[in-house]
Design a protein around this ligand. Structure first.
Ligand SMILES: Nc1ncnc2c1ncn2[C@@H]1O[C@H](COP(=O)(O)OP(=O)(O)OP(=O)(O)O)[C@@H](O)[C@H]1O
Length: 256
């Protein structure tokens, strides 16, 4: 079943001269799938995620969640899409994990009656239930990133957008966050993520969207990206990184 459908999404910026950041992007994501947007710096990944999540208005195009156009239903957009931008900002260091999530649950319009359950469930889903009364200031980077995911899980939606979910995290913590993302997809969440980490995309993505200069240049499995690149190795299949490196000049050329 198709959960997310993006149709002819386009965004131009006109501050200096007109610049097309996202150019006629269309794709579908099936329920429970993890799809990765992969492309060089400035390819249009974050702009695409921002438009789908309602942080940025598209110049044109549509985003459908479960068949409903959320761009024309602002209220649905706020509740039906959960976004994880991560980073260091957004939580109160002196407040507990529970109180931080309670603040956002209130902001998301979750009723007082429902809040306690949703917060407990979200904390449990990200394995932070045992530290719910600890101040965020005492949390490690990995725990804080799990808090960002918990905040997204407060929303009663199956659609989660993750913008570079392991950026700046060490190998072990990245691995832990990836396991969590896989668990969420196994539970039926539909996930769109952006990443520059090839092993992460290889590990998680059911499908890869290659984007360059705001255009989707390929939509397929990791194996199809390897095949597209034409890279072969004598004793093993080529990795995504080896394949991506071969395709990168073409992806970048779209930008120039
Ligand atoms: N508010 C803005 N005003 C003008 N140009 C913008 C704005 N936001 C993004 N852009 C431009 O749009 C293009 C796409 O940016 P975007 O952040 O979507 O790329 P990205 O693929 O996420 O890159 P990265 O991998 O570096 O995060 C870039 O050239 C960027 O400079």
């Amino acid at each position: 079943m198709t959960t997310i459908e993006v149709r002819h999404l386009r965004r131009t910026f006109t501050e200096v001269s007109e610049f097309v950041a996202v150019d006629d992007v269309s794709f579908k994501i099936e329920s429970g799938q993890i799809v990765a947007l992969l492309g060089p710096n400035g390819a249009g990944k974050t702009t695409t995620v921002k438009m789908i999540s309602g942080y940025l208005a598209p110049t044109s195009g549509d985003v459908l969640v479960d068949g409903v156009n959320i761009l024309t239903h602002q209220k649905l957009m706020a509740t039906n899409i959960a976004t994880v931008f991560g980073g260091e900002l957004g939580f109160y260091a002196r407040a507990t994990a529970y109180d931080n999530l309670n603040f956002f649950a209130t902001l998301f319009g979750i009723s007082r009656r429902e809040r306690r359950n949703r917060i407990s469930q979200a904390l449990q889903d990200v394995d932070l239930a045992n530290v719910s009364d600890k101040q965020l200031g005492q949390f490690s980077r990995g725990m804080r990133q799990r808090m960002h995911i918990a905040r997204a899980l407060l929303k009663a939606t199956n659609v989660i957008l993750l913008d570079e979910p392991t950026s700046g995290l060490d190998v072990e913590i990245s691995h832990e966050i990836r396991r969590l993302i896989r668990k969420l997809a196994d539970q039926g969440k539909t996930i769109l993520l952006t990443s520059h980490t090839m092993t992460e995309v290889e590990d998680l993505a059911d499908r890869v969207l290659l984007i360059g200069g705001g255009k989707i240049l390929h939509d397929g499995t990791v194996a199809s990206v390897v095949a597209l690149s034409g890279v072969t190795k004598v004793d093993r299949p080529a990795t995504l990184e080896e394949s991506y490196l071969a395709l990168a000049p073409e992806l970048r050329r779209q930008h120039d």
